[in-house]
Design a protein around this ligand. Structure first.
Ligand code: SF4
Length: 287
């Protein structure tokens, strides 16, 4: 049997923290005392260097992330500059932007400047959304996802589990995602943090696996990526996540938390007899 291919994505949090929104699960909200590093607009040279380092480990997706509600004109210009700079140096890197709520014109501009895919997570079911955020609505998020699709960018959209949602709300959430048919879909598991308003224990391995199985079942065509919470929830027992349908993982650090060192993840994939795939070469991700 041919070894399953796993895709490696990577993230650069190019603008971190000081967000005015109140998403209850997010350490980047200025409303909570989470003690994260706060900075604005990393230089394009620094971001390219990060991308090059991660590419050496086999990352074929690189996501430019900014904190804050959405993509205003300044932020759009900054991300476009980063994207075209990285794309010209690393043409085979799939560039993803994750900058919050965005209109069609801004998204078109990003696409013209090398962005291949836009990540905007619905996060949870519509019926649970007001329990995890009061400063913007589920519809704001849905509208951005539809804008992404309408300008021909690849949509990357998923959510976070373990934030107090019910089983039924998980199904409701996945049904909405299925309608969007995202090209890729990140799954995050909430990591308990005393500074955040969500007071839920860490999700168990079994429950987390159930979320993966349900996502696989509902999102048959999407690249299913396990992002935040992978190491914390599954620790040294990650084999099953791949057996049950995960296609991609995040290599290196997350937005405000550290992941395992890249070489450790590569060693793990090798031990599980999994091969590293390439998002553009294997999955025809060029838009
Ligand atoms: S998820 Fe985005 S919009 Fe919400 S608090 Fe975090 S950075 Fe701000």
């Amino acid at each position: 049997m041919m070894a399953k291919k796993i895709y490696l994505c990577s993230i650069s949090n190019v603008t971190s923290g000081a967000c005015k929104e109140d998403c209850f699960y997010c350490t980047q909200s200025a409303k909570y005392n989470t003690n994260i590093e706060i900075y604005k607009n990393k230089s394009k040279e620094q971001v390219l260097e990060e991308a090059k380092q991660l590419a050496k480990f086999g990352a074929s997706g690189f996501c430019l992330v900014t904190s804050g509600l959405g993509l205003d004109s300044k932020k759009c210009e900054y991300i476009a500059t980063l994207s075209s700079f990285i794309k010209s140096a690393l043409p085979k890197m799939l560039i993803i932007a994750c900058c919050g709520i965005a209109d069609r014109d801004s998204l078109k501009y990003l696409k013209e400047n090398g962005v291949d895919s836009y990540n905007h997570n619905l996060e949870t079911a519509e019926s649970n959304f007001s329990n995890i955020c009061t400063t913007h609505s589920f519809y704001d998020r849905l509208e951005t996802c539809n804008n992404v699709l309408s300008v021909g960018l690849k949509l990357c959209s998923g959510g976070i589990y373990g934030i107090g949602e019910s089983f039924e709300q998980r199904i409701e959430f996945l049904k909405t995602l299925k309608e969007l048919n995202p090209h890729s879909s990140p799954i995050n598991f909430y990591i308990p943090n005393d500074a955040l308003p969500i007071k839920q224990p860490k999700i168990s391995k079994d429950e987390a696996l159930e979320c993966i199985i349900m996502s696989r079942e509902m999102l048959k065509d999407s690249i299913l990526m396990l992002a935040g919470g992978r190491e914390v929830v599954f620790e040294n027992e990650q084999k099953k996540i791949f057996d049950y349908g995960i296609d991609a993982i995040v290599l290196g650090n997350y937005l405000t938390t550290s992941g395992d060192k890249p070489y450790k993840d590569l060693e793990m994939l090798q031990n599980y007899h999994l091969k590293i795939g390439h998002l553009i070469e294997d999955r025809q991700c060029v838009v």
